[in-house]
Design a protein around this ligand. Structure first.
Ligand code: SF4
Length: 442
């Protein structure tokens, strides 16, 4: 492993430490037994369902043969973020959701947990399977230190290009560090993975540096041969209702980050919380609050349960944990103060039209907005000729190149907010696109 970088230390008193891992590590015996259950399918559907196309039957066979290092090598060759993806991927709707065992009404292979078994072994033992390529003299700037940029930088370093990642926050890792639910992934595991990725060499991280504020886009264009945009999404969207700026009202992404990374942050005095939204972030924060001991946590969603964009398996777990659900309701106003607030709502029909006379209030000492995040189009306006589609950076999907030939992009700022594994795939593809661009402009 590399020497400990300055950002390695996550804050010591993090509220997320009170939340337990949902999918614990497999024992060696369980992993071997599960690996031996796999049919090692030809043309495996699980591989086709993985955005990074990890050779799943191959790594599982290697685990079955006791070759954990070989299994980790197979995983990292396809996806250098395989350590976090093993924990955060919604395998139920990706690889494991395609496993042939489901057709026989038998449990799918525990692909995520087997992947974790192999990558845990590699990181714990400092095993490396790749080396930086011969120096090409080319330099690439990457904006944002999240999964997309990390995957891009790693794959550029493999080809011998030098990378500088500019990160506005004090710690790298993007949403893996600041936004993934702690019952899936905690901050120190994310930082451990970043450390592993940077161990290839040739990648520098400049933290606490905002592009557009501390360094101009023009300066980047002058200094670097190509630039990758991996800025993710912006702050929580506003509801545009009265009272949403009151002290008891907060955005979900902001709250999750405080739970994960703010030293000494607590929720003392909070006993009733309302979460507004029906997506995965809404489910995540509702479950986190429940797991942190908040008595009553209610999700308010404007449509019916079937219309929720959050994963059904995550919602089922939220219900099991005691999260309450209020469907067919829209928030009208936040009222009161931090000690005695309430959310006033209107019941609506399937067309979202208010049902006359059906107004109600939910008491809450905490009201969480989880209705999406703003796009960062404004931040990127300083790039001449950059085109957008519905607020997202427009790219060639084969190369991740933007309408400005020197800029490439990937991750949430392009896909609008998908999984870590999608960002990893796009970052890797961008590295290939940048390499081809640099080679053709040599
Ligand atoms: Fe193994 Fe299931 Fe993938 Fe087949 S589909 S290779 S059984 S994990």
């Amino acid at each position: 492993m590399t020497a400990t970088p300055f950002w390695k230390e996550a804050p010591r008193e993090r509220l997320e430490q009170n939340i337990h891992e949902q999918k614990v590590a497999l024992s060696a015996t369980s992993a071997a037994s599960e690996a031996n259950r796999c049919l090692y399918c030809y043309d495996a559907p699980c591989v086709q369902a993985c955005p990074t196309a990890i050779n799943i039957p191959e790594f599982i066979r290697r685990i079955a043969n006791g070759n954990l290092a070989g299994a980790a090598k197979t995983i990292f060759e396809a996806n250098i973020l395989g350590h976090s993806c093993a924990r955060v991927c919604p395998v139920e709707v990706l690889c494991a959701g395609s496993c042939v065992f489901l057709e026989k009404d038998e449990p799918a292979i525990m692909i995520g947990r087997l992947q974790r078994h192999a990558t845990d072994h590699a990181l714990k033992n400092g095993l490396r399977f790749s080396a930086r390529g011969t120096d090409t003299g080319k330099r690439i700037a990457l904006i944002g230190a999240g999964p997309a940029s990390l995957a891009a930088a790693y794959n550029l370093s493999l080809r011998g290009h030098a990378c500088v990642i500019f990160e506005g926050r004090s710690m790298p890792g993007g949403l893996n560090t600041t936004g993934v639910a702690p019952y899936k992934l905690q901050t120190d595991v994310s930082l451990e993975e970043v450390d592993y990725i940077l161990g290839i060499g040739g990648i520098e991280v400049q933290a606490n540096t905002w592009i557009g504020r501390d360094i101009s886009f023009q300066a980047l264009e002058d200094e670097f041969d190509a630039i990758f945009i991996g800025v993710g999404l912006g702050p929580d969207s506003r509801l545009q209702i009265p009272g949403e700026n009151l002290p008891g009202s907060v955005g979900a992404v902001e709250l999750i980050e405080r739970i994960k990374n703010e030293n000494g942050f607590h929720l003392n005095g909070i006993d009733e919380a309302v979460v507004i939204g029906g997506g995965n972030t809404a489910i995540d924060i509702a479950r986190e609050l429940k797991q942190l001991g908040i008595d009553t946590v209610t999700m308010v969603y404007r449509r019916a349960e079937e219309s929720m964009s959050g994963y059904a398996h995550e919602l089922a777990q939220a219900k099991q944990e005691g999260v309450r659900l209020q469907f067919g309701a829209v928030p009208l106003a936040v009222e009161g103060d931090a000690k005695a607030a309430q959310l006033r709502c209107a019941k609506v029909d399937a067309l979202l039209q208010p049902i006359p006379g059906q107004i109600f209030s939910l008491p809450a000492t905490l009201i969480v907005r989880a209705t999406g995040q703003e796009k960062l189009q404004t931040l990127l306006m300083g790039i001449t000729g950059l085109e957008f589609y519905q607020g997202r950076v427009k790219v060639n999907p084969l190369t991740q190149q933007t309408s400005h030939p020197k800029y490439f992009a990937g991750g949430d700022c392009v896909n609008g907010g998908k999984e870590v594994v999608n960002a990893a795939a796009e970052g890797k593809r961008a590295a290939e696109g940048i390499h081809a661009y640099l080679t053709s402009h040599a």
